[in-house]
Design a protein around this ligand. Structure first.
Ligand code: ADP
Ligand code: MG
Length: 698
């Protein structure tokens, strides 16, 4: 039995492998490319490619692929084998530097939102040496960015890398102002906690809604749900434990630091968290994790549901994006320091985040917007669609003291003059208690909790990195010109707190009164749906910031808005069609059959015992008939809403129609169906119920 440390990362072409097998000169120049973003010359690329191939072949790989993240949200790959013919009729295994650096997938069917006319099918993929290549199955996967020939990004990695670069640039300017002359890079890191449901394949196969849409479109609440909270951190069932064991092994082989696993609040719901790493790598690894979860589940006769809301009335699944920024020497810039100077620097970075989140609430909301996540944000288990920041009481008192030039009322009572006094030590525990905030400071990092479980974390981090870079840019522009740095710094921090106090909320984000206060008193944004928020991607201030920093071009933004809206419309339309189909093909016939049988039985009973009233049967038949009529009427209404979509002139109109007509019609149709489920005998109901599914894994 080998130990984890023996096989951890065994399928990754990581630093250990590179150092061991690359010639020293090649290794040094590749390392420089990885660490500093310098260009790689073709000679080095050839050497790396050859070594990579030899390594992969000894591990059983026969193919390679440029692995990328198109705007569909999942990852894409096109496999090519290493084999090349040899004159004697045999084959040799070949892989050139050119093939490593650049690929040309036939990309005509990936969404481009009009950026790449379909006749111009060629986009290209470019190697991202900052994310290690790895072996999946028998294929060497090379993480790449995906662009059009016109240079437009067609993926999520390209803008993510750009956003990391701009954050690096602006953060370095700030560090220099604080006298740091040595730091070469500032890097953002992420640890993403992933929630998911596990159900048996047997149950899944019987539900067309799960198969077509990833969530249940019907289903009455089971008698036992999550009321007792007995699942949370409860003992893990053997079937689940076996899955988790296998999953960990697979992730570890891929160098993914899967660290914690536990049951979540809802029955059948679980969570996996890796140890945090560089944002770009964390993004690739989270995509891989989601993919591997589904593969491993299949091996165990299970299905892993990554949908945000697989079961109505039961907690949905999210993904917590733990984010921090650190210097290349490993100093966490969101960690309160030891000296007054370090503390002032910490407060400035903290303020940069506060300002960023307030100025770009809309972009953060947009970054997590999908049809699936619309079911979750604002329901009572997820943060609301309104964005606010939790900083905790202790830090809040510090901010208040600075804002008002009053003494800090903490343990040591001190005047908050920055750069002079030492900040009190924050107790990490006191900052980590709020679980309802969409954006919480948790001692040395921020936890953005609005992401849906199936979201790529790329979008959220693109917006976060960019918005914070923009705050830092504004700070640096001003502070670099300041005559008295300390004074200017103090004023800057004070002004930020004063201007952006409204975004700080330390109370309960699930409280209904909060939404009223947030929107009416504080003027915070509340975009409830994807259709509401997505058009604001193109708001002037957003375009200005994102294009000025060079994270997106206007065309890229427009294409992304259209693709996201298209995705929203398609998702809901598929769900609506599935509902109509299930009603006509399964639900209505089942209820009718059951109703007829009850009526027949009542008639038989009456024939035998004319004196009996048959009140139960009569009432049931009456209720079920009424429900069937209602179902039929509401299915017609949903179909009419779907037909009405043809009126839409463009994707913006279509998404508004979806929100205003289709989504409500779906909710309406569901009500009589779920009621009928409760009245219909189990043997008649055409698919497994919530109770069957949620407690299916043993
Ligand atoms: P919890 O949120 O349950 O309290 P932790 O705070 O220990 O758990 O960590 C949650 C996630 O945050 C993990 O993925 C962890 O690696 C990550 N994390 C911890 N520190 C940092 C940091 N400085 N930057 C980014 N992510 C971090
Ligand atoms: Mg957490």
């Amino acid at each position: 039995m080998s130990t984890v440390s023996d096989y951890f990362g065994s399928n990754v072409f990581d630093d250990r492998v590179m150092r061991a097998i690359l010639p020293a000169g090649v290794y040094a120049s590749l390392r420089k490319t990885i660490d500093e973003g310098t260009e790689l010359d073709i000679g080095v690329a050839n050497a790396v490619a050859d070594a990579m191939k030899n390594w992969a072949v000894t591990k059983g790989a026969t193919h390679f692929t440029h692995w990328f993240q198109p705007l569909t949200g999942i990852t894409a790959e096109k496999h090519e084998s290493f084999i090349a013919p040899s004159p004697d009729g045999s084959v040799i295994m070949e892989f050139s530097g050119k093939e490593l650096i650049k690929g040309e997938p036939d990309a005509s069917s990936f969404p481009s939102g009009g950026l790449r006319a379909t006749f111009e099918a060629r986009g290209y993929t470019a190697w991202d040496p900052t994310s290690y290549a790895f072996i999946k199955g028998r294929t060497l996967c090379i993480p790449t960015a995906f662009c059009s020939y016109g240079g437009h990004a067609l993926d999520k990695k390209t803008p993510l890398l750009r956003s990391m670069e701009v954050l690096n640039r602006q953060a370095l300017r700030i560090l220099r102002l604080f006298g740091n002359k040595t730091t070469k890079r500032v890097v953002s890191s992420v640890g993403s906690e992933q929630e998911y449901f596990l159900i048996t394949k047997e149950m899944y196969d019987q539900r067309p809604d799960l198969r077509f849409t990833g969530r249940t479109l019907f289903g009455a609440k089971p008698p036992k749900g999550q009321e007792l909270d007995d699942h949370y951190f409860g003992a893990i069932k053997p079937g689940v434990a076996a899955f988790m064991e296998d999953l960990n092994d697979e992730l570890w082989k891929l160098g993914i630091l899967a660290k914690t696993e536990h049951n979540e609040v809802a029955p059948a719901q679980h969570e996996l968290a890796p140890i945090y790493t560089t944002t770009n790598v964390a993004t690739d690894q989270n995509q891989l994790t989601m993919e591997i979860m589904q593969k491993v589940a299949a091996k165990h006769g299970l299905v892993c549901l990554l949908h945000e809301k697989p079961f109505a009335g039961v907690n949905g699944s999210g993904k917590h994006n733990n984010w921090s920024i650190a210097t290349s020497e490993g100093q966490n810039l969101l960690s309160p320091g030891e000296t007054p100077y370090e503390n002032a620097q910490f407060l400035l970075f903290l303020c940069a985040v506060i300002k960023a989140v307030d100025d770009y609430q809309d972009l953060l909301r947009i970054s997590v917007a999908t049809a699936g996540n619309d079911h979750r944000l604002g329901a009572n288990e997820a943060p609301p669609a309104v964005i606010s920041i939790f900083v905790g009481d202790e830090l809040n008192a510090v901010l208040e003291a600075i804002e008002n030039d009053t003494p800090y009322q903490g343990a040591e009572r001190m005047q908050m003059k920055l750069g002079v006094d030492v900040l009190p030590k924050f107790n990490r525990d006191t900052t980590d208690r709020n679980r309802t905030s969409p954006f919480a400071f948790t001692g040395n990092k921020f936890e953005f909790r609005m992401l849906g479980s199936s979201n790529s974390i790329a979008c959220a981090n693109i917006m976060l990195n960019s918005a914070v870079a923009e705050s830092l840019r504004i700070y640096a522009d001003c502070l670099e010109q300041a005559e008295d740095f300390k004074m200017a710094l103090h004023d800057m921090i004070k002004k930020t707190i004063r201007d952006h106090r409204r975004i700080i909320f330390n109370g309960n984000g699930y409280d209904d009164s909060w939404i009223g206060e947030a929107t009416e008193k504080r003027g915070l944004l509340n975009y409830r749906t994807t259709a509401d928020c997505m058009p604001h991607l193109l708001d002037e201030k957003n375009v200005r910031m994102l294009t000025a920093l060079g994270v997106f071009t206007v065309d890229e933004l427009r294409s992304r808005r259209d693709i996201m809206l298209e995705n929203y419309c398609k998702t809901v339309t598929i769900e609506a069609n599935t509902m109509v189909n299930m009603v006509h093909k399964r639900i209505a016939p089942a209820i009718t059959r059951f109703t007829a049988d009850i009526a027949k039985q009542a008639a038989e009973k009456k024939a035998l015992f004319p004196e009996l009233a048959c009140g139960y049967e009569t009432e049931l038949v009456t209720k079920l008939s009424a429900l069937t009529d209602s179902i039929s009427e509401k299915a017609d209404a949903l179909e009419a809403a779907l037909t009405g979509l043809q009126k839409a002139a463009d994707i913006m109109e279509e998404s508004a129609l979806i929100r205003d007509t289709v989504v409500p019609a779906m909710a309406e149709l569901r009500i009589p169906c779920d009621r009928a489920e409760l009245l219909t005998a189990k043997s008649y109901w055409p698919f497994p119920t919530y109770g069957d599914i949620l407690f299916s894994v043993k």
